[in-house]
Write a protein that binds this ligand. Structure first.
Ligand code: SF4
Length: 224
């Protein structure tokens, strides 16, 4: 299911398929991290996307939002937690966080202002520059420590087949540019791929990452 800005109503709510139950989970825990779910919008429609057959990352969780949370609501969700008890705060939910660039930047600023030693991370599809129509890696790196970017494929053709971005064929190069800018600006940058893409493609991704000087994390595809 591709959720774009077009699905959003003027009041910030979203038209969902009848069967989709909604909730308002803004913050959720995974491992030792606190994850922020600030939007369901995404310009991609990845064939392996967890949103296709699940409602969340953890059992019983529902990350489909009835509407996007405001800045105050996100800060409220953070204040309700013991921030220092988490290894990191991660911008990563059921959508692409950079779809809400301004809110993301404001929340990251709040975290660093109030918890200067707290580690922050952005999990992204790397298409923020296309989404926002301007270079964004440097902006994001001011208060976010790490960029974890979904590489997903070793070349443009495969990327199109797997991610199906609304921006078309320019997406792969734009994602690589964002990643190189992230390497320059963020304290830490890594690429991720899922292990279900096959050994040959994984090897090609490893070679590409080596060439770009960005480390690669091969993660397990989320399954039952
Ligand atoms: S970029 Fe992430 S949220 Fe968007 S479709 Fe792909 S896997 Fe799903």
């Amino acid at each position: 299911m591709r959720i774009t800005g077009d699905a959003l109503q003027t009041d910030g709510s979203t038209i969902w398929p009848e069967a989709t139950k909604m909730s308002d989970v803004i913050a959720y825990e995974t491992g030792h991290g606190l994850y922020l779910n600030i939007t369901n919008r995404c310009p991609c429609d990845c064939i392996f996307c967890v949103r296709k057959d699940k409602t969340g990352v953890n059992i019983g969780e529902n990350l489909w939002l009835s509407r996007e949370p405001t800045y105050d609501e996100i800060i409220g969700a953070l204040r309700a937690r013991d921030i220092a008890s988490y290894d990191e705060i991660v911008f990563c939910g059921f959508g692409e966080p950079t779809e809400r660039l301004d809110t993301l930047l404001e929340v990251a600023f709040y975290i660093k202002e109030n918890h200067p030693t707290q580690r922050t991370r952005l999990n992204t599809n790397g298409l923020s520059d296309l989404i926002n129509g301007k270079p964004t890696a440097e902006l994001l790196s001011k208060n976010v420590d790490m960029a974890s970017i979904s590489l997903n494929a070793s070349n443009k053709t495969e990327y199109q087949r797997i991610c199906r971005p609304v921006f078309g064929e320019s997406s792969f190069d734009a994602m690589l540019f964002f990643a190189l800018e992230s390497k320059r600006c963020f304290k830490d940058t890594c690429f991720t791929i899922v292990d279900s893409i096959g050994k040959a493609e994984i090897d090609d991704c490893k070679n590409l990452c080596e060439k770009l000087g960005i480390r690669l994390r091969v993660r397990a595809a989320i399954s039952e």
